[in-house]
Design a protein around this ligand. Structure first.
Ligand SMILES: [Zn+2]
Length: 219
């Protein structure tokens, strides 16, 4: 029997740091990290037909439809660098997208799911501490990266603000949405016995170490 290549699907709540961790793993394994957000921005920047289509939704603050995301992902996976495996960040997001992906990869790849676990309370703490400068784009965090003068941008002195998406009530709503959509990913990983759950409430270095250890065991 021909051996399938492994792929790794990262998921976790907003603010879990899964983007950072997926890039660490990509470097370690020499695999491309495919992030839906980055991929969409790239397709828009080169003005590909699919990218332009997606931009119309993004511009109006709408979710890009599954079918379009799927076409963009499928195109990306056909590139040579993904032939021996890849890492996904932000896709699949829910049961439907997982289904689309499984149909696409068939038995050519074996997916492993990596959950970066962070409690609701910690997610709200992390995200609601974010501040941005609308003038120069600098970003801060009240606890992890505080501005020198309370409430003012270090770079340009402009008053800092909190993004609408980062307000606690909105974060709680985002968390609830995340849980609904991530449940099927968890269930699938458990059922296939290919789920790695990592405690995301540790230092970035420790989370990375835990992920690497878990990956070394399955290879
Ligand atoms: Zn500024």
């Amino acid at each position: 029997m021909k051996q399938a290549y492994l792929i790794y699907i990262f998921f976790g709540p907003p603010g879990s740091g899964k983007g950072t961790q997926s890039n660490f793993l990509g470097k370690k394994l020499g695999l491309p990290v495919i992030s839906t957000g980055e991929l969409l921005r790239y397709e828009e920047s080169i003005k590909s037909p699919l990218g332009l289509k997606a931009r119309r939704y993004v511009k109006h603050g709408q979710l890009v439809p599954d079918k379009l995301i799927h076409q963009i992902i499928a195109g990306r996976l056909r590139k040579r660098d993904a032939a021996k495996g890849f890492i996904l960040d932000g896709y699949p997001r829910d049961a439907k997208q997982l289904d689309d992906l499984l149909k696409l990869i068939q038995d050519k790849y074996t997916p492993w799911l990596i959950e970066v676990k962070v409690s609701d309370r910690e997610v709200v703490n992390r995200i609601s501490g974010r501040r941005v400068c609308n003038n120069c784009g600098a970003s801060y965090h009240l606890v992890y990266n505080p501005p020198k003068k309370g409430g003012l941008c270090d770079v340009c002195g402009h008053k800092l603000s909190i993004r609408e998406d980062d307000k606690p009530a909105v974060v709680r709503k985002r968390l609830a949405d995340y849980k609904d959509s991530a449940d099927p990913l968890l269930a699938y990983g458990k059922k296939q016995k290919r789920l790695i759950s990592i405690n995301g409430e540790q230092s970035i270095a420790k989370v990375r170490q835990d992920i690497f250890k878990a990956i070394d065991k399955i290879k």
